[in-house]
Ligand binder design. Structure first.
Ligand SMILES: [Zn+2]
Length: 579
């Protein structure tokens, strides 16, 4: 007896047997049951996921002597002829080899005749996207007015290549890649029924190689079984298919995460010995780091649905070793490496160097943690930077003590009315008072200093908040409120946090010498916010970024330089902004 390849031997004979396409088979069955079967179908999706198989099942369901029925009997002459491919009313055509207009003309003329033995003439065109435009047009006429006894089923891996006029006349079904777990399950079922020896790692490796295609999985299984005489464990799969075992890959990743470049080199050397292609290694590592990031950000089990159980555990353990930032950094670096590997003739060297570099990178300290450390350091150093704040108060207080408390208010009123957009004015007291005795110009000179002083006060209390505040600017100081504008969302969010608000209010009280409610609002810096009632040049003294002859330095960078010392050596375009 001749050997029947597994894919044919195990071809589904009922809709229930079709793996991973329940959304399609359920709809088809319902359509048959309710006798609302379309006259043209388009089955699209990756190769080897069951499109042609489903097309044949549909033909069977339509022509079964017990039918039309969603459960064809597989026993009548119609069912049997369709199963063994000899049914004269079911025409299966390969679009790749019948691309011409003449082929299609023959076909459309042929289908005008009533079916010979069945209920319908079913035309299945595989790889339909390969038909020429002329062939499509010839087909179109019949699709527009099909004889009632004709059903067309088109299958394709590339639906975008099909003319819109054809698409719009078909009922479309999208077949999906088969999830790894479903593939493993099916392979398990199959190997048991065939009496092959197997282990989970072997089946998982095999299923991974099949990449979502059941037909591929079955062919690969054939290959492994032939090689190993019926054994389907990890070693057999690895040797038969020339793929690295997953454990080796995990060990490489472990060495990277453990910052052990020597071990990384040893392991990759071993992998080459097994004939593992460097490009493939790079691809597998990319996928693995992707999984690590996914595992890091989500505790949901289903996000790792494409991994077998024993690997999910490994991925979770590895993900716990590093921060999300680190894992993303590794992924990005590998992505660059993949690009380099593709262009280089020295693939092995490129990837070795890249992996050594990855393994030599200590964990990145998240910015929040770094800031916390800075704050701690500052506290330990006795907060030398708190000195500017009292100094500002000193400078401010004489002006206050020159008159009554009321004069403080009026000073600020003038100050603020020069600063802010009139339409923002809520309090009539805020508007410019012509009778105000103070010289507004002098006060304008003070406004930047006031902001600086307030910043210094905040800095002495909480440095991370100071960073956020540095991105904002002073809108107004009213007798009761300090109004701050920020136009960047992350900083805005930071400033609006309750614990930060408290610090801001305490700082305001310390610096301005009275209780102020702090109002932070989203505002775009621009002429409107620094609108002058003031003489030109004075009002637009910037709070946000002072003019910088050497070009614009981001205020955050400037602040970092102030605090940490150092200088700017080079500027690189920000990756995030893509400039
Ligand atoms: Zn039947």
């Amino acid at each position: 007896m001749s050997y029947l390849v597994l894919a044919r031997k195990w071809r589904p004979q009922t809709f229930d047997d079709v793996i991973g396409q329940e959304h399609v088979t359920r709809t088809l069955r319902n359509a048959i049951r309710s006798e609302r079967v379309a006259h043209a179908f388009l089955f699209t999706g990756p190769r080897g996921v069951g499109k042609t198989t489903t097309a044949r099942l549909l033909a069977k369901a339509l022509n079964c002597k017990q039918g039309p029925t969603p459960e064809p009997c597989n026993a009548c002459s119609q069912c049997e002829e369709i199963t063994n491919g000899s049914a004269i009313d079911v025409l299966e055509i390969d679009g790749a080899s019948h691309t011409g207009v003449d082929n299609v003309r023959d076909l459309t003329e042929g289908v005008q005749y009533r079916p010979a033995t069945g209920r319908f003439r079913v035309v299945i065109i595989d790889e339909v996207h390969m038909l020429s435009n002329a062939a499509f047009n010839a087909l179109l006429k019949t699709l527009e007015e099909p004889p009632p006894h004709v059903k067309f089923i088109f299958a394709t891996t590339e639906s975008h290549k099909i003319l819109q006029t054809i698409l719009s006349r078909c009922q479309r079904y999208d077949f999906k890649r088969i999830p790894l777990r479903d593939l493993i399950q099916q392979l398990e079922h199959l190997t048991q029924a065939e009496g092959f020896e197997c282990d989970e790692a072997g089946l998982a490796l095999l299923a991974r190689e099949a990449d979502g295609s059941l037909r591929d999985a079955e062919s690969l299984l054939d290959q492994v079984v032939a090689w190993s005489n019926g054994r389907v464990d990890e070693a057999a799969v690895r040797d038969a298919l020339g793929v690295a075992d997953r454990q080796a890959l995990f060990r490489v990743v472990e060495a990277i995460l453990a910052e052990d470049p020597a071990q990384v080199l040893r392991l990759t050397g071993d992998l080459y010995q097994y004939g593992y292609d460097p490009r493939r290694l790079c691809h597998d590592l990319l996928t693995h780091f992707h999984d690590l990031v996914v595992a890091k950000v989500s505790a949901d089990v289903s996000v790792l649905a494409d991994l077998p159980d024993h690997e999910v555990e490994i991925v979770r353990k590895q993900a716990a070793l590093r921060s999300r930032e680190d894992l993303q950094r590794f992924f990005a670096a590998l992505l660059e490496t993949e690009e380099a590997v593709r262009k280089s003739a020295y693939t092995q060297l490129v990837i070795e160097m890249a992996l050594v570099k990855l393994a030599s990178q200590p964990p990145v300290l998240p910015i929040q943690e770094a800031l916390t450390k800075l704050e701690e350091l500052q506290t330990q150093l006795g907060s030398s930077s708190s000195r500017p704040a009292p100094a500002r108060q000193q400078r401010f207080r004489p002006a206050a003590s020159a008159g009554s408390v009321g004069s403080i208010e009026s000073v600020e009123s003038v100050w603020s009315s020069g600063l802010k957009d009139p339409k923002d004015s809520k309090d009539p007291k805020d508007s410019k008072d012509p009778k105000d005795p103070k010289d507004p110009t002098a006060e304008h000179l003070e406004q930047g200093e006031q902001w600086d002083g307030f910043l210094a006060t905040v800095r002495s209390r909480k440095i991370s908040l100071f960073f956020a505040l540095k991105a904002g600017y002073l809108l107004d100081v009213t007798p009761t409120a300090l109004q701050i504008g920020v136009d960047k969302d992350p900083y805005l969010k930071e400033l609006l946090r309750q614990e930060n608000r408290t610090v801001l209010e305490e700082s305001a009280e310390q610096f301005f010498g009275r209780k102020l409610s702090v109002e932070v609002q989203k505002e775009r810096p621009g002429p409107a916010t620094k609108q002058p009632n003031s003489p030109p040049g004075e009002g637009d003294r910037p709070q946000k970024s002072a003019p910088d002859p050497a070009g614009s330095v981001d205020p955050l960078v400037r602040t970092a330089l102030d605090i940490l010392g150092g200088e700017i050596q080079t500027r690189r375009p920000s990756r995030a902004s893509g400039t």
